[in-house]
Ligand binder design. Structure first.
Ligand code: ATP
Ligand code: PRP
Length: 212
């Protein structure tokens, strides 16, 4: 039997993902060590290997078949636009993708003005404004602390993740429009789903029992 390979998004989602595997009886102590520099972890008993990758790279590993299965946020799946099957909503890592800004920017979204939109998610932002709103915007790609952009006049609004809303509140910003809800998802390589159908189906069933 060949190894089934999982790519997991490191960071915020990793702890919950590893706990979920542990509940399924798939443990990997080494992967929990925050100081480890090891990249690939193997569970011989279940013939499973997994690795923690940068979240935005998970869809790439899965599309190319370097991983059979991935666990990653819906935001990353939408942004990367890779060819894969999204097969399960894991229900954790819940948050929302929103257009945010100062209250004064609200009217700019109803007029058809050209505005500047800063985001870590340029594709999601571009699609939302061009397809859903039919508004021409200038997208400015940032890599973090996106809430800064409207405060220092880099942009009128931002497209970003909102969970508790505290980052917005503490910076005098608010949700102006909601784009979509987000959570962690399981994605599968299209060929793997055919070739390893039974094993993957069984794993997904086990996962489903844990989360429900
Ligand atoms: N409050 C939140 N902020 C950001 N991401 C969240 C939040 N709640 C849940 N998530 C989910 O967690 C994922 C981000 O994890 P994490 O914050 O560890 O990565 P990151 O640091 O944003 O990634 P990168 O290193 O690419 O900047 C998101 O893709 C999203 O699906
Ligand atoms: O609604 P809240 O609970 O305040 O969470 C949302 C904030 O958390 C995320 O940032 P992250 O911590 O990933 O840092 P970053 O801005 O550097 O991406 C996100 O980009 C928001 O800034």
């Amino acid at each position: 039997m060949r190894y089934l390979t999982f790519a997991l998004a490191k960071g915020r989602l990793a702890k919950k993902t590893l706990a979920m595997f542990e509940q399924m009886g798939i443990t990997c102590e080494e992967a929990k060590d925050p100081d480890t520099r090891k990249l690939i972890f193997t569970n011989e008993e279940h013939k499973i290997r997994f690795f923690l990758a940068k979240a935005s790279d998970v869809p790439t590993y899965v599309e190319y078949g370097a991983a059979d299965i991935g666990v990653v946020g819906k935001d990353t799946i939408m942004e990367e636009g890779r060819n894969l099957y999204e097969v399960m909503d894991l229900g954790f890592g819940r948050c929302r993708m929103c257009v945010c800004g100062p209250a004064s920017a609200r009217e700019l979204l109803s007029k058809n003005e050209i505005i500047r939109v800063a985001s870590k998610y340029p594709n999601i932002a571009k699609n939302y404004f061009s397809e859903k709103k039919n508004q021409t915007v200038e997208i400015i790609k940032l890599n973090g602390s996106v809430e800064l952009a409207p405060l220092v006049d880099l942009s009128e609004v931002i497209v970003d993740i909102v969970e508790t809303g505290s980052t917005l509140r503490e910076n005098g910003l608010e949700v102006l429009e909601e784009i979509c809800p987000l959570s962690a998802r399981v994605v599968v390589n299209q060929v793997s789903l055919k070739m390893e159908h039974e094993r993957i189906r069984k794993l997904l069933n086990d996962l489903n029992e844990i989360i429900h």
